[in-house]
Design a protein around this ligand. Sequence first.
Ligand SMILES: NC(=O)c1ccc[n+]([C@@H]2O[C@H](COP(=O)([O-])OP(=O)(O)OC[C@H]3O[C@@H](n4cnc5c(N)ncnc54)[C@H](OP(=O)(O)O)[C@@H]3O)[C@@H](O)[C@H]2O)c1
Length: 333
Amino acid sequence: MKLLIIGGSRFVGRHMVAAAHARGDSVTLFNRGQSAPAPQAVEFRQGDRRGDLSPLAHGEWDAAIDTCGYLPGEVARMAQMLKGRVGCYLFISSLSVYASNATPNDEDSALGAIDDPDTTTVDARTYGPLKALCEAEVQRAFGGAALLLRPGLVVGPHDPTQRFTYWPARLARAAEGETVLAPGTPDAPLQFIDARDLAAFALHGLEAGLLGVFNVVSESGRWTFGDVLRACAAAAGVVVRFAWRDIADLQAQGIEPWSDMPLAVPATPDYQAFMRTDARRAAAAGLKTRPLAHTVADTLAWYRSLAPEQQVFDKAGLSSEREAAALAALGMA
Ligand SMILES: NC(=O)c1ccc[n+]([C@@H]2O[C@H](COP(=O)([O-])OP(=O)(O)OC[C@H]3O[C@@H](n4cnc5c(N)ncnc54)[C@H](OP(=O)(O)O)[C@@H]3O)[C@@H](O)[C@H]2O)c1
């Protein structure tokens, strides 16, 4: 296939480029050239999607893969620019589009809305509804020739969010027999998608002519928090004692789910089914998710390959000092 990848140099898009190369697809990359240099084997068109799109004024592609659309206006401009010269517009959306997570969402669940759709602020309140509006703009321009992928938490090597990576790294610095603070209960369901599985499904979907909307995340009920932490301990080669504590008890110590304890979600009714999304449509269409042990081992290997000054958790996770203080306050030191 002849592919145009918008973004493509950081995380999700980077794995798209690698998967396309492995298949022998021809790739044109469009980004600002700030995140990382474009690989030599791709045609690079430098530009800012919020500014001048003229670098994309010529060319035809079987598909465009838009990995970095957050504002409906900018997605509309890109889709209109490419209309008629691209066979399919694949938009990387998010499970955050859904209005609620009180019950398990499928692709037909209600989408979130906001009062200020023209905002350019992308934050916890606006991110999901803006992604939903981006999807609508792709559909407006491309009609039925749109493939809208809604990934859950994306994990694996090169993840800049530090969320999933926190756990393999935390267990890798644990001493034998150490007590490790763990959020909630070990049987809490967890869902995520390895960025490489997302990329493989995207390319498979384009090749197979898939169109429409797909939740792209691991099968509901496949993994628990306990499974993930045990896999992390196994990858690190340590035996530890997990101190599972209620989310409310942790919050009483100033430790928040998701940000301080990555992957854990608030214990409120609206998050009850956040980790129980229905992904059967994608599975039936060919989504394959690799074993948990592979994702954990590869994420840990990537983390260990980073320069020491990059092996930090300043966006997600707990420092050793805060964890030790919390364990002491909870009587678990
Ligand atoms: N992480 C998750 O858990 C998660 C979950 C669900 C969905 N998603 C979705 O997955 C995608 C994340 O993909 P990612 O990690 O590859 O990307 P990203 O960090 O959103 O975007 C990075 C890529 O886009 C390029 N880019 C950023 N701003 C640009 C601009 N103004 N003009 C042109 N290019 C621009 C960057 O290159 P330059 O900086 O060089 O321009 C880089 O190649 C997003 O769409 C996100 O909504 C993520």
